[in-house]
Design a protein. Structure first.
Length: 311
């Protein structure tokens, strides 16, 4: 397990290369370019963080925290601020102790997200990870509006060795969830993982559909712990934050899966989402393999972003 963690940290460092070049190299030049800590020093860091997609809210909190620590510790040398800045960023991203509660109970995990963000792939990878933990998993193919989603999920179900319910294009998503609940109960499954549609361009339909699914879960499976994860594409930066906000208006979102961080300079959006919406990023993806979807760890993320190795 330690080896897997070490391997993922390396991939995370590699995957965040573009974001690091976008943010950290600029910050390093400020630390080395200033001889004293003044308003200009803070303003330059603030500008880089905002441009790096960390968002106004998170950036303000980070700068305020940095100023407080500098004053408290009576720091005069800008170079000494790097570790403090990293700690301030980490403080914005704490996931919380109950983040993975669904792993410890009978649960239903709804996964939503617009087309193209890697939603169905994330559902498949998550199914594989849970199965590897010894969990009995049932998959529900409730994204019935995208013809390829059912086929894609069937491949992932076969790869992960889990049972798949549904998959017929055009079927009613709520009825697929209904059938999947019956199957999960009959097989005494630990986790029912539902791939659901996320058509944000038609928010009213999406809201009606999700409410129908929530009602069925409440009625048919009240004892199950309910988790709702939204999948976002890290390459879209501030647009991902906007999508998270919109989904949060129509669903009780409990966590984020942030994909494609290996292909973007906008990895700072992970900080913005947690700070702006108070919704934890629970999983991140930095590649195509099943092991490239991992639980989010703010310490590891920020250390990888700064390519900083703990002593």
């Amino acid at each position: 397990m330690a080896e897997e963690k070490k391997g993922f940290f390396k991939r995370l460092v590699s995957g965040l290369t573009k974001t690091r070049e976008n943010i950290v190299s600029s910050i390093d030049s400020i630390f080395s370019g200033y001889s004293s800590i003044d308003d200009d020093f803070y303003e330059e860091i603030e500008e880089i963080l905002v441009m790096g997609d960390l968002g106004i809210n998170a950036t303000n909190n980070i700068i305020e925290d940095l100023k407080r620590q500098v004053a408290e510790k009576k720091i005069k040398d800008p170079q000494e601020c790097k570790k403090l800045l990293m700690d301030s960023i980490k403080a914005q991203m704490a996931v919380g102790e109950a983040a993975y509660e669904f792993e410890n109970r009978k649960s239903v995990v709804l996964v939503i997200g617009v087309n193209g963000v890697g939603k169905t792939t994330s559902v498949g990878k998550l199914a594989g990870k849970l199965k590897n933990q010894g969990k009995k998993v049932v998959l529900a193919a409730a994204d019935t509006f995208r013809a390829a989603a059912g086929e894609q999920l069937t491949q992932w179900a076969n790869r992960a060795g889990v049972e798949l319910i549904g998959g017929q294009a055009g079927a009613d998503p709520a009825s697929v969830v209904y059938d999947a609940i019956a199957a999960a109960k009959a097989r005494n499954a630990d986790v029912l993982l539902c791939d659901t549609a996320g058509r944000l361009h038609n928010k009213k339909n999406l809201m009606d559909e999700l409410h129908k699914i929530y009602r069925i879960i409440e009625r048919e499976y009240p004892e199950a712990y309910l988790e709702t994860l939204v999948v976002l594409d890290g390459t879209t930066g501030q647009n991902a934050l906007l999508q998270a906000r919109q989904f949060n208006e129509v669903a009780d979102v409990t966590g984020i899966i942030l994909t494609k961080l290996d292909g973007t300079a906008k990895g700072g959006i992970a900080v913005a989402i947690e700070s702006e919406l108070d919704i934890p990023v629970k999983y991140i993806g930095v590649g195509e393999s099943i092991d490239d979807l991992q639980k989010f760890n703010s310490d590891e993320f920020v250390n990888a972003l700064f390519d900083f190795k703990e002593e």
